[in-house]
Write a protein that binds this ligand. Structure first.
Ligand code: GLN
Length: 187
């Protein structure tokens, strides 16, 4: 199994190192032909508007759209979750999302950079709580029927799963703890 990490902008390098730590073959994805070569994909945190604009400019948007609808495992964290969401509630007017994960998210719901915070949260499938690092995190404000909540922050969904897709409002790659990536890869 080879896992691709979308490497257009944002926190992709930290995801790659967690995956490498787990002994998983990992590749940075910037081109359609690199995407064609992976079995699972991580969409990192960063700036969702920037990531989507670069993907459109480089011709990666349509292949990404096809990939996230193919049933293959996809993990979207923070901006990556925004990219996966069916609806972005306060996105920029020119912002597009892939729309594969049936949730509505509000960007920067917890405020700007100053409102970033960290807390330990219980996660369905993990024995011990996970350290959730939230940086200008989006909030999940609507859950589609097929969407399961695996963790909450402050009573709001923080980690969700729909089939092989997972979305986190936090940055699991910054927790110095590979368990969330393991959970993702375990399916
Ligand atoms: N709020 C950012 C966005 O709109 C996401 C922040 C993050 O990924 N840390 O893309």
């Amino acid at each position: 199994m080879k896992v691709g990490v979308l490497a257009l902008q944002g926190a992709f390098a930290a995801h790659s190192s967690v995956l490498e730590q787990l002994g998983v073959a990992t590749t940075e994805v910037r081109l359609a032909e690199q995407l064609a070569d992976v079995d699972a994909l991580v969409l990192p945190g960063g700036e969702s508007t920037t990531i989507s604009m670069i993907a459109q400019r480089t011709g990666l948007w349509d292949p990404l759209n096809a990939f996230v609808r193919s049933g293959r495992p996809v993990l979207g964290t923070c901006a990556g979750l925004i990219l996966l969401a069916a609806e972005v509630l306060d996105g920029r007017s020119d912002q597009t999302s892939l729309g594969a994960l049936d949730v509505s998210v509000r960007r920067n719901a917890f405020g700007r950079q100053l409102a970033s915070f960290e807390m330990d949260v219980p996660v369905v499938g993990l024995d011990e709580p996970f350290h959730a690092v939230c940086i200008r995190a989006p909030a999940v404000e609507r859950l589609g029927d097929g969407v399961e909540v695996l963790a909450e922050v402050d009573g709001h969904p923080a980690l969700v799963r729909q089939g092989a897709m997972m979305g986190a409002i936090f940055h699991p790659e910054l927790a110095d703890d590979p368990r969330l990536h393991e959970l993702f890869l375990a399916g």
